[in-house]
Design a protein around this ligand. Sequence first.
Ligand code: DUT
Ligand code: MG
Length: 241
Amino acid sequence: SELTGEVEFENVDFGYNPDKIVLHDINMYAKPGQKIAFVGSTGAGKTTITNLINRFYDIQDGKIRYDNINIGKIRKPDLRRSLGIVLQDTHLFTGTVMDNIRYGKLDATDEECIKAAKLANAHDFIKRLPDGYNTVLTGDGSNLSQGQRQLLAIARAAVADPPALILDEATSSIDTRTEAMVSKGMDALMEGRTSFVIAHRLSTVKDADCIMVMEQGRIIERGTHDQLIDMKGRYYQLYTG
Ligand code: DUT
Ligand code: MG
């Protein structure tokens, strides 16, 4: 990809239904390599913003730019593919572990896939599977734990090597040890890439370059953790419970 991972939103309005605007006047700028986090209550618009970064929908008004290219009004599927997404619910297909990782970049060699798995912190569990990288997964991934599926999703994104990433942090049902493995893999994946993180635990956003606090489709506060704490506003309230 030729893109650097620079992303800019300028006065973006959006509604899934044009009659009902759910994002109002969103402005944000991510320098290449920065980590941007979104926090806020349910329905605030966090997932919707990341849907727009991915260019899944047309916007009603404003501009979205990657580097200086306005992608807001035109279809650029090749640009969209250059982003990496690690969703909570990883789509796996019936095939080997290797092929499931390779899905991030179809012409990747085995060596590239293994390197990506190592970066993702997935290599060790894969080596312990009955046939290692040749272990066949069921289509729904039911022969893996949820944490293992997430590690594969990280490996898949790593093999694609995108300039920007969207990470939707998992909420539940993984134990503390697995969670630590997943967050170590995610940290390695984010290194050197612009990352947009939907955080469900405030502890994981503390190191973000900018935290966007959302409420009812607006960014109501933004800044680093320390700046937001000093502001003693909504973030401070969320943080101190
Ligand atoms: N919405 C729709 N259609 C959709 C998805 C969402 O109308 O397909 C609305 C619901 C809500 C607003 O958009 O009023 C923002 O939803 P979003 O999913 O972006 O909220 P969130 O911040 O991601 O909430 P959660 O923390 O529950 O994931
Ligand atoms: Mg959401």
